[in-house]
Design a protein around this ligand. Structure first.
Ligand code: ATP
Length: 365
């Protein structure tokens, strides 16, 4: 198993910069997710780690080895692509055995390793079945078996579940995470799907425009986004951003919105008078008749146990997630309380959180 250390990795295609000075460490045995919208440079980063693309500059360390310019085959890495192509004329056993066969591993060893892999994936009962008749789930498991049978140091996965429907995807997320727990192999997983990322990752790097916006555990990223990009990319519905104008002194624990004092995490640095955004997750908004901050209900969306209520306030639109049994009628004017310890403050002009000292911002190299 191996740690991956990426230092100042940079990739330009002509004038276009696909990956910009990226630095991060994936700890040994960690499930690391690169998350971001289409075109932000996730696949290019992964391809450089795999050795399928050479960086313009920067360094890739696998354990203590500098593999930056190693060919892909020399890296002891397994790359799992989105569309798993199985060999249709081979059965399950032959499909899984294939990579070992082409490496010249002995027949006895192949048999042992294929059977051990099949047990891990719980497909040992179908080893001698043709792949053509398999369900989608079993096909994915066979394809995974083909990747893990080599016992590589590192797994790289590029949207492996991208082509699946939502229900099956959730099932495979559970399986992949369970498999990771059993194997303990360092894994780098690329996705644009925040739910996949949040449910599987030990650590997430959120990417935007070729750069890492934030690096941290799913909880850090959800609770303490360091930029409005992350605040809006993570969460469904995303974090609300209410605009207000203020200068804030270091040490302050409240901000004023519509003449009501709202508790915020203590400010670690002063903020010159400027346009600010108060970030609040929909589940941290409460109805409170006595509150001075008011909102008009524009619409409600019933979700079974909860409802999403869209409101209009003098600081901008706001969505609240409340229990379904709370009465909410379109057109009603309601008082709103914001749960203080969960608020974030951003500078509107830069999009950066102003309480940076509270957060883990720098992807460690
Ligand atoms: P997606 O999920 O859509 O694959 P991504 O975040 O993985 O997105 P990349 O595939 O890494 O993004 O691409 C990042 C940018 O680099 C894109 O704008 C893409 O068009 C560009 N790019 C990637 N490969 C090349 C190439 N070989 N030549 C020129 N531009 C490229």
């Amino acid at each position: 198993m191996a740690e991956i250390r990426i230092k100042n990795l940079h990739k330009a295609f002509g004038d276009f910069i696909a990956v910009r000075d990226s630095s991060f460490t994936v700890a040994n045995g960690e499930f690391f997710v690169m998350l971001g919208p289409s075109g932000c440079g996730k696949t290019t980063t992964l391809r450089m780690i795999a050795g399928l693309e050479l960086p313009t500059s920067g360094q890739i360390m696998l354990g203590s080895e500098d593999v930056t310019f190693y060919r892909a085959a020399k890296r002891d890495i397994a790359f799992v692509f989105q569309l798993f192509a199985l060999y249709p004329h081979m059965n399950v056993r032959q499909n899984i055995a294939y990579p070992l066969k082409s490496e010249g591993v002995s027949r006895a060893q192949i048999k042992d390793r294929v059977e051990e892999t099949a047990r891990l994936l719980r497909i040992d009962d179908i080893l001698d079945s043709p792949v053509s008749g398999l369900s989608g789930g079993d096909r994915q498991r066979v394809a995974l078996g083909r990747a893990i049978v080599r016992r590589p140091k590192v797994f790289l996965m590029d949207e492996p579940l991208g082509a699946l429907d939502a229900e099956f995807r959730a099932l495979m997320c559970d399986e992949l995470r369970g498999l990771h727990n059993r194997l303990g192999a360092t894994t780098v997983y690329v996705t644009h799907d925040q739910i996949e990322a949040m449910s599987m990752a030990d650590k997430i790097a959120v990417m935007n425009n070729g750069s890492i916006e934030q690096f941290g555990s799913p909880q850090e990223i959800y609770d303490r986004p360091t930029s409005t990009f992350v605040a809006e990319f993570i969460g469904s519905p995303p974090m609300n951003l209410l605009s207000f104008h203020a200068g804030l002194r270091k040490g302050r624990k409240t901000v004023k919105l519509s003449n009501s004092s709202i508790a915020v995490p203590e400010l670690r640095e002063s903020v010159a008078p400027s346009e600010l955004l108060l970030g609040i997750r929909p589940e941290h908004v409460r109805f409170d008749d006595a509150a001075r901050l008011r909102g008009r209900i524009m619409s409600t969306e019933y979700l079974g146990s909860t409802q999403i209520i869209s409101l209009s306030t003098s600081h901008g639109p706001l969505k609240a997630r409340l229990p379904a049994e709370i009465a909410a009628k379109t057109g009603d004017n309601v008082g709103l309380t914001l749960m203080g310890e969960r608020l974030s403050i951003f500078d509107r002009a830069t999009g950066r959180a102003v309480q940076t000292a509270l957060y883990e911002t720098v992807p460690h190299a």
